[in-house]
Ligand binder design. Structure first.
Ligand SMILES: Nc1ncnc2c1ncn2[C@@H]1O[C@H](COP(=O)(O)OP(=O)(O)O)[C@@H](O)[C@H]1O
Ligand SMILES: [Mg+2]
Length: 366
């Protein structure tokens, strides 16, 4: 992943807005730029504007306002087939009456490419997805995963530098989906192509991406690499959308640059990092990841605040223990601990004190 020699972004959305009906904006003042070779995922709930952004980039929809640039050149007036972009959709959209090779060859034929050049490109594209043996089959004679690979090959056959994918694995079962996630990622890395990938599946986004843009309501809520997104969510939407998350409600009672004390609604006080709160007296949603909760007092920093908890349920999950607690009125407070020889299994009904490192506890917008 690198910026172009002149430092310019490869793909750029510059203050892009989109309205379908002339009234509601489904994409609001979107700014996003990515360098050549990046794998960027647009992640968000249904209706948050991801597909609309992809369609504008591909040229099937026009932006109501703003500019989209590719390699520094505005593409607003360039038709889709001249943008040099490959696309992969969820419903493969392969022609059932054509063989695999014909499916790949057809778009090249439409562009008046000669037979031998076409054959060379089709072979290369099929080899990239390890489907070189399957050129003579029809789509119906392939598994779902194989069809998805052919759809990917068809996007690669143009040797496009930019490939857009909209929920391409949505129709596959879990195991195949996970396998294809790695496969697509490896193919993209090996070819050095730039990918803009759309999904509503946060695990998929974390697994595949260099960076993830979290969408909600037509606005990018946070744009960050997977680990930062998970460990340092900037607002309560991102904290709750990405990964499992415990939330406690309270009010800021003291405020310093790197620490805010929060009085929870049951009166207990905890230390937090003030991420999205500004003043004493503000309501806040405090966020703590289940694997960052500590109930062994020896492992807590001296003087760390603890809160009272009661075990409601203990679930043995093999690699981890999952314990559900009541904490400050929240009966769905989850603690995950690794199944290690020195780890204690908590019992339902047990009362204990829990704590965490202050930096793992983030005070966000309520
Ligand atoms: N062709 C269209 N005409 C009118 N409204 C649309 C059209 N496509 C999408 N929308 C609306 O725009 C919003 C964003 O949709 P979309 O971009 O498909 O979201 P996502 O891909 O994140 O699910 C939704 O409210 C959707 O109903
Ligand atoms: Mg969509």
């Amino acid at each position: 992943m690198a910026l172009d020699a002149n430092g310019d972004a490869f793909v750029e959305f510059d203050r892009v807005q989109k309205s379908y009906d002339g009234e509601t904006l489904v994409v609001k003042d979107l700014n996003l730029s990515l360098p050549r070779g990046e794998f960027l995922t647009m992640l968000g709930p249904s209706g948050s504007g991801k597909t609309t952004c992809l369609m504008m980039l591909a040229g099937f929809e026009t932006a109501t306002h703003g500019d989209i640039r590719l390699g520094g050149v505005s593409i607003n007036n360039i038709p889709p087939h001249k943008r040099g972009i490959g696309m992969v959709f969820q419903n493969y959209a392969l022609f059932p009456h054509m063989t695999v090779a014909e499916n790949l060859s057809f778009p090249l034929e439409v562009r008046n490419m000669g037979k031998s050049e076409r054959e060379g490109k089709v072979k290369r594209a099929l080899d990239m997805v390890q489907m070189g043996e399957f050129g003579g089959r029809r789509p119906a004679q392939l598994s779902g995963g194989q069809q998805q690979r052919i759809a990917l090959a068809r996007a690669l056959v143009f040797e496009a530098e930019l490939v857009l994918m909209d929920e391409p694995l949505g129709a596959l079962d879990k195991q195949l989906r996970e396998h294809m996630q790695f496969e697509i990622k490896h193919i993209a890395d090996n070819l050095g192509i730039t990918v803009v990938y759309v999904t509503h599946d946060q695990t998929e986004a974390l697994t595949m991406s260099d960076r993830v843009a979290v969408f909600n309501d037509g606005v990018i809520q946070q744009l960050a690499p997977p680990d930062l997104l998970y460990e340092e969510p900037q607002n309560s939407f991102v904290a709750q959308f990405i990964g499992e998350n415990n939330t406690l409600m309270g009010e800021v009672v003291s405020m310093a640059e790197d620490k805010a004390e929060v009085k929870l609604d049951n009166g207990e006080v905890i230390d937090t990092v003030p991420v999205n709160v500004n003043a004493v007296g503000e309501r806040t949603l405090v966020s703590i990841r289940p694997e960052r909760v500590e109930f062994n007092k020896d492992r807590l920093q001296p003087g760390a605040h603890t809160v009272h908890a009661e075990v409601l349920e203990f679930i043995y999950m093999g690699d981890i223990y999952r314990t559900r607690l009541r904490v400050a009125g929240n009966e769905n407070f989850i603690v995950k601990t690794r199944n290690a020889p020195d780890q204690r299994r908590l019992q339902a009904g047990e009362k204990l004190e829990i704590g965490w490192r202050p930096q793992d506890c983030r005070a966000l917008d309520a």
